[in-house]
Design a binder for this molecule. Structure first.
Ligand code: NI
Length: 198
């Protein structure tokens, strides 16, 4: 596995619409391996292939485990869930929207408040070429929307009209900040319960 260089937002490549993957080739498998390694090394929670310069519709998302309410405090941490999705596409999106804070490995130094569908059903292919369909809400739904946007040349900053809804974060704080989103019922937006960038 190789950590690949990240493409930053001043690069026109990020505005390119990625191509659908027609066949799962060894190159695609290698790309996915490298994307996972690159995401983890950068403490990201999601990555699209275009962010490593490859205009193919491939995304990886790794959801950090959050303790279940029923777990007692001494319970061992739950393993994180890794999603690999080829040709991601939304089958359903809730009408209900939710604001949350996002960052992006391709937009270092900034986070912003973005409105997303609260619930989605995303479909695509896994690495064996098998059709998959995932229902997600809240934070995971947000990450899927953010990564699928990348496949269409869209960045989170494109969703923000109000300049007050985007702000700089200091280096180092960024990873924590990129992580955060407002969770319904939690007023503390800087909670570090979901960390990473995408
Ligand atoms: Ni991103």
């Amino acid at each position: 596995m190789t950590v690949l260089p990240i493409v930053y937002s001043d690069d026109p490549l990020l505005r390119k619409r990625s191509h659908a993957v027609r066949r799962i080739t060894p190159e695609i498998r290698q790309l996915v391996d490298d994307m996972i390694e690159t995401m983890r090394t950068n403490n990201g929670i999601g990555l699209a292939a275009i962010q490593v310069g490859v205009p193919q519709r491939v995304i990886v998302v790794e959801m950090p485990s959050e303790p279940d309410e029923e777990d007692d405090e001494d319970a061992p941490p739950r393993p994180s869930q890794l999603y690999v999705l080829i040709n991601p596409e939304f089958a359903r999106q809730s009408r209900q929207m939710e604001d949350g804070i996002e960052g992006c490995l391709s937009v270092p130094g900034f986070v912003g408040e973005v409105s997303r569908h609260q619930r989605v059903t995303i479909k695509g292919m896994d690495l064996r070429g098998k059709a998959v369909r995932i229902r997600a809400d809240g934070w995971l739904a947000r990450v899927f929307q953010h990564e699928t946007d990348h496949c269409n040349g869209v960045l989170f900053i494109d969703h923000i009209d109000d300049p007050e809804k985007i702000w700089p974060v200091a280096e180092g704080e960024e990873e924590l900040a990129e992580a955060t989103q407002s969770i319904p019922g939690h007023s503390d937006q800087t909670s570090s319960s979901s960390s990473g960038s995408r």
